[in-house]
Design a protein around this ligand. Structure first.
Ligand SMILES: Cc1ncc(C[n+]2csc(CCOP(=O)(O)OP(=O)(O)O)c2C)c(N)n1
Length: 252
């Protein structure tokens, strides 16, 4: 019988612990499909964050290292530089991890154009710890620590990571995608594949921001959360390529 559906080899066949409607699972799958398609499982090392995806090390079939909160790009730098020819290194980080406690590591790895791949999950909230405000929570967004809605007057404004990093000369490739429908999932996979291919080609720092859902902490059904991405998240976090140095050079 023809196989019409299979699990990627790079994803271990165990149940994921994520909440119903959480998009971490979709993004794990896309990363695993890319690892399979590029034939790099044996040389890939993933760096897990602190956050809901802390147990990514239980799900990917490649070697994994657990970093302290926010420090994944620093760990990835060490692993990559130790054996650049034989290691493909990716980090997988939430917005609290990457854009709050780990912001310095993110910015400096990008500025150095470290030859690593960063998968950045922006769900606009601290999921694992129960829904506190994140650096990416939207103005007006109700969270456990902004029960009347995020007020930029005393909480500041959300950080747009791709836009901010695009001002640096260092990074090779920055793209924002989402996974709230089939078309967007396909585009997200293309971006993730490019971010790994760039590393194989020695091009440098590639970050894919995936606008994601957290129905549990947003207090919504899974369907409503996917709609909320279209209606609220994407106007604030527009999809697109924010930097592609190789493409820019070709166009010159
Ligand atoms: C040094 C340190 N500070 C704070 C924490 C508590 N903590 C655990 S996960 C987390 C936030 C995770 O949010 P995010 O990175 O957005 O990932 P998500 O859980 O939403 O996927 C925090 C603050 C910690 N574990 N270690």
């Amino acid at each position: 019988m023809a196989v019409v559906f299979d699990k990627p080899h790079a994803l271990i066949d165990v149940p994921l612990h994520y909440c119903p409607g959480c998009t971490h699972g979709i993004i794990h799958r896309l990363v695993a499909e890319v690892i399979d398609e590029l034939g790099i499982e044996g040389k890939t090392i993933g760096i897990a964050p602190v956050g809901c995806s802390v147990m990514a090390y239980n799900y990917f079939n490649c070697d994994m290292i657990e970093a302290a909160h926010g420090r994944a790009p620093a760990v990835a730098t060490g692993v990559k530089r130790a054996d650049p020819e034989n290691h493909i290194v990716f980090t997988y980080q939430g917005d609290g991890d990457l854009a709050s406690i780990g912001m310095a590591e993110t910015v400096h790895a990008a500025a150095r154009n470290e030859n690593i791949t960063v998968i950045f999950i922006n769900n606009a909230i601290y999921g694992m710890t129960g829904g506190q405000m994140a650096p990416t929570s939207l103005p007006g967004q109700v969270t456990q620590t902004s029960p009347y809605g995020r007020d930029p007057k005393h909480c500041g404004y959300p950080i747009k990571v791709c836009e901010m990093l695009s001002e640096l000369e260092g990074p090779e490739y920055l793209e924002r995608v989402t996974v709230n429908n089939v078309k967007n999932i396909r585009a997200a996979k293309k971006a993730i594949k490019k971010a790994f291919q760039n590393q194989i080609d020695g091009k440098g720092f590639s970050l894919v921001e995936v606008v994601s859902s957290c129905p549990t902490n947003w207090g919504m059904t899974p369907q409503a959360a996917l709609k909320w991405i279209d209606e609220k998240m994407l106007p604030y976090y527009p999809l697109g390529v924010y930097k592609d140095r190789s493409a820019e050079k070709e166009a010159e």
